[in-house]
Design a protein around this ligand. Structure first.
Ligand code: F6R
Length: 609
């Protein structure tokens, strides 16, 4: 969940590292720090708070170093503080380490280092053990020392290591936490994610688990866990560097909300051949495989899980196969019923979420066929899956996921349609009707985005509320969960989502005079039922904001405020109804003065349990 950057070359390491860290700030932002080799020793600077604190503090130092490492942190062990910020240094001050992940056996290593080597610890982190461990393993060769230290460690880590005794060398290690290497001319880089490097390089090595990389300014060598040299194909990044910039929007979240028509269209057109054929290029799953599945499991976390809720609804309906959904952190520990007749769908924007990755491994171990829906090409989930359905959302920087969610939904529709058609349970006219409707979605989203002012005015009315309930039925249930998560994570309003029919079984006790209820009623087939649920909460004094399709004007008479989405098939409304909810969350958070792109306590990529 933290971000690491490292550089070795001819240029100013400090500028490159600070710039790279800023691109990774979405991964964690409670403290940051840098280690540079200056005038024969390691200079360490680290501060609690945002990277700007670090930048301001070192602004006048005028560092000239050409090698260094940096870190932006999301605390796991030890509170956010100057002391706990990375880099951590060995007791003799010769070795500095940045780390993303968790050292699971740090207590036992710490005790051993104290008892056997008289090490004095200064921070409350697990990472500090790594620096000391490398120091005690050091016998004149940093690479040897890192190998020996890593052998003693259990857990997940991406590490960057520099040593004042070998100032031309930067070492990186990866186990279960993301790591990429950027290949320049007379300059080489490490980072947790590609955007940190795009300003400088487009040629990348995607580092695999249990690999160690030794970088000097002119050479990059990769080793496997047995210390054999390994060769890696260069991955050429084709995205525009601007994709990771705000381009005039106040926040990445708003920019990403507006990018949805483009991302959805790309996700659809990449898979659509002539005559409305869905092409599964690069996917090895055959017709026989599809016919052999007797169950689908969709497993994910957070917003990606909410995409799975819609996926269950749509796959069961179109492909006539039972679908179970589960949050990854539960799935992995409850011995789920999975076998070689199970299609396991992992959904993840980052492709690095540790729980999702662990669930995927568990499903694979039990024989399931693994198909993943992933945004980041070459990420761990993508690499460990049998097949990957990429979302073409482009880099998502804001912590609150928006365009990843809607592109994940588009993948779900395509998978459901493909399976339904292949199994012969979806008539061709129906299949074609769905696809024609899906093709219209990007333009319909643009129509919704044009009504931003309406949502802004709604936000002005609602932003002081401290409690909200989202209700919906059918395909609207998953969207209610997503709308509620979006609002709570960026505005800190206590928000709760529930299937509208469930309200009366307990939660309605919380509805009183002026309680805000956001009612999603976009399903024609369930509209009358939703109106009854709205009546129930209004009878208890609720203030209702309704979302319905244009033709269901009755909503305007029942709700205190209403927002209409364009007409479309019931099953496809989630792609539309979530857009005003994202915008509402954004404008409410903005009016409350929240730090929208970096909400408190969160990080974009959750690589710890
Ligand atoms: C919320 C959000 C998170 C992520 C979750 C899974 O806006 O972004 O709930 O959806 O942490 O992340 P990925 O999709 O990267 O596996």
């Amino acid at each position: 969940m933290c971000g690491i950057v490292g550089y070795v070359g001819d240029q100013n390491a400090c500028d490159i590292i600070i710039d790279g860290l800023k691109k990774l700030e979405y991964r964690g932002y409670d403290s940051s720090g840098i280690a540079l080799y200056e005038k024969g020793e390691l200079e360490i600077h680290k501060y609690k708070g945002r990277i700007s604190n670090l930048e301001d503090a070192i602004a006048d130092y005028n560092f000239k170093s050409t090698i260094g490492i940096g870190h932006t942190r999301w605390a796991t062990h030890g509170e956010p503080s100057d002391l706990n910020a990375h880099p951590h240094v060995s007791m003799d001050k010769t070795i500095a380490v940045v780390h993303n992940g968790i050292v699971e056996n740090f207590v036992e290593l710490k005790e051993w280092l104290i008892k056997e080597h008289g090490i004095v610890f200064t921070s409350g982190t697990d990472t500090e053990v790594i620096a000391h461990l490398i120091q005690v393993c050091y016998k004149g060769d940093l690479t040897d020392a890192v190998f020996e230290a890593v052998d003693k460690m259990r857990g997940a880590y991406a590490l960057g290591v520099v040593c004042s005794k070998e100032p031309d060398k930067l070492i990186a290690v990866r186990k279960d936490s993301p790591l990429v290497v950027g290949l320049g001319k007379g300059s080489n880089f490490i980072a947790s994610d590609i955007p940190a490097l795009l300003k400088h390089v487009r040629e990348i090595y995607l580092i695999e688990n249990n690999e160690t990389v030794v970088l000097t300014k002119n050479k990059v060598t990769l080793y496997n866990a047995e210390r054999q040299e390994v060769k890696r194909e260069v991955f050429h990044v084709t995205w525009d560097a601007d994709a990771a910039e705000k381009e005039g929007y106040d926040h990445f979240m708003l920019k990403e909300i507006h990018e949805q028509p483009k991302g959805i269209l790309k996700t659809l057109t990449r898979r659509l051949g002539e005559n409305n054929e869905i092409n599964l290029d690069g996917i090895t799953m055959t017709k026989d495989d599809i016919e052999s599945f007797n169950k689908v499991y969709i497993v994910a976390c957070g917003t990606a899980y909410h995409a799975g809720m819609v996926g269950k609804f749509i796959i069961e309906k179109l492909a006539k196969i039972p679908v179970e959904i589960d949050v990854a952190s539960e799935f992995r520990y409850r011995d789920p019923f999975v076998d070689d007749k199970t299609l396991f769908i992992a959904v993840s924007q980052s492709g690095e979420t540790l729980d999702t990755l662990a669930a995927l491994r568990e499903a694979k171990r039990k024989g399931a066929r693994v198909l993943s829906i992933v945004n980041v090409v070459g990420s761990s989930v993508a690499r460990e899956s049998d097949d990957v359905f990429y979302t073409w959302a482009g880099p998502e920087i804001a912590v609150a996921s928006t365009k990843a969610y809607t592109t994940q939904l588009m993948c779900m529709y395509l998978i459901a349609l493909y399976m339904g058609k292949t199994k012969g349970c979806l008539p061709i006219e129906e299949y074609t009707r769905y696809l024609e409707e899906l093709k219209e979605i990007p333009d319909k989203i643009k129509t919704i985005l044009k009504q931003e002012k309406v949502i802004q005015n709604m936000a002005k009315e609602l932003y002081k509320r401290e409690q909200v309930f989202f209700i919906g039925r059918g395909a609207d249930v998953g969207v209610s969960y997503e709308g509620s998560l979006k609002l709570k994570e960026i505005s800190y309003i206590n928000s709760f989502a529930i299937a509208a029919g469930e309200l009366k079984h307990g939660t309605i006790a919380l509805i009183e005079q002026d309680t805000l209820v956001i009612a999603l009623a976009t399903q024609d087939a369930l509209f009358a039922k939703m109106l009854s649920n709205i009546q129930e909460v209004k009878a208890r004094g609720a203030y209702v904001v309704g979302f319905a399709k244009e033709n269901n004007k009755e909503m305007g008479r029942q709700a205190n405020q209403v927002f209409y989405i364009p007409e479309c098939m019931d099953e496809i409304t989630p792609l539309l109804s979530v857009i005003p909810l994202q915008m509402l969350a954004y404008y409410i958070a903005k009016l409350r003065g929240c730090d929208i792109d970096k909400p408190k306590n969160l990080a974009k990529s959750v690589t710890v349990e």
